[in-house]
Design a protein around this ligand. Structure first.
Ligand code: SF4
Ligand code: SF4
Length: 314
């Protein structure tokens, strides 16, 4: 099977291609969001990227209550009496309602895209990448979940002279990653969430061993001249942003020889996003804390845990 056939055998859905990003790596970037993730983090800021399949979303804040969609649905799946508006057990994803909605309050989430189409879409902004030191960021979801597709995309982008940054949760088979995707990546942002394995399984839905092993080995490769890697720690109140977890994370990074890390400030907007795709609020976890932003003082206390270990926070 050639590379093209391989990449097209299980093509992932693309959630979105976002242009002009200044928050997803150096310079001006386009971000390709893959749909589907091997983890299931409670606080995921992009919850519509978690499941690999197509979904339908309803944004109540954009809905004017006209009822056009209710009349257009052939399966009677929509109702104002339903707190989530859509009965997903009845819906067969025909998207008639999406077509009918005058305000785009209903939308299809996840679209198949061919690699040449993605390359064409992001290449339009190449002059901005070149003038700003930017490029394309592969994000998600988790791009490595579709390793062959991501590798072929990265190869095509590299051929077009575009800088490639991979944002990853780290849960992948290292050997396949090294063989397929690694050769085409210029920079890796690698997320680390919880050092305690039981907590990781509870809040992220999977064990953390493979993630920690992968980080350790990729950091070693970076030190030997391989792809630079930046650890990132999402600060989730009462879950990851605790003195015990941050202390253990800083100690782990020090053992790996890392001298810098990025802390990702928390924002509670994921809970509203969850509603649009029919996911109920979390039943457990520090629910009161999860509704709040972290204060500037809490952020600086989190940063101090790392700087005390000689790890610069960026
Ligand atoms: S996608 Fe189709 S079945 Fe689902 S709610 Fe909309 S119209 Fe009804
Ligand atoms: S058609 Fe759109 S705006 Fe009208 S009720 Fe349905 S979701 Fe709301």
């Amino acid at each position: 099977m050639n590379a093209s056939a391989r990449a097209n055998s299980h093509p992932p859905l693309i959630l979105e291609i976002k242009g002009n990003s200044l928050d997803d790596g150096p310079g001006i970037r386009s971000v390709v969001f893959f749909k589907g993730c091997p983890l299931a983090c409670l606080w995921c800021h992009n919850p519509e990227s978690k499941r690999p399949g197509t979904e339908i979303g309803h944004d109540a804040t954009a809905c004017i209550g006209c009822g056009t969609c209710i009349e257009s649905c052939p399966r009677g799946a929509l109702s104002r009496d339903n707190p989530f508006f859509i009965d997903r057990a009845k819906c067969n994803l025909c998207f008639d309602c999406v077509e009918a909605c005058p305000t785009a309050a209903l939308r299809r989430i996840g679209t198949p895209m061919a690699i040449p189409d993605i390359v064409a879409a992001v290449s339009r902004d190449k002059p901005f990448y070149d003038s700003s030191g930017g490029g394309v960021t592969l994000s998600g979801g988790e791009p490595t979940r579709a390793m062959d597709f991501a590798a072929e995309l990265a190869q095509a982008l590299k051929k077009a002279g575009i800088h490639i940054l991979l944002e990853t949760c780290g849960a992948f088979r290292l050997q396949a990653f090294k063989q397929m995707l690694y050769p085409f990546v210029d920079l890796i942002y690698f997320d680390l969430k919880l050092m305690d394995d039981r907590a990781h399984q509870h809040y992220c839905g999977a064990a953390n061993k493979i993630i920690l092993d992968n980080f350790s080995q990729l950091h070693q490769s970076a030190a030997l001249g391989g792809v630079p890697i930046l650890p990132r720690i999402p600060l989730i109140p009462g879950i990851t942003a605790t003195p015990a977890n941050l202390g253990a994370t800083a100690a782990f990074l020090k053992r790996c020889g890392a001298d810098r890390a990025q802390l990702l400030p928390y924002h509670p907007l994921w809970q509203a996003k969850n509603r649009t795709i029919g996911m109920p609020p979390p039943a457990d976890g520090p629910t009161a804390a999860l509704g709040q932003w972290l204060s500037p003082q809490a952020l600086s206390e989190c940063a101090a845990v790392f700087t005390r270990e000689g790890i610069a926070v960026c």
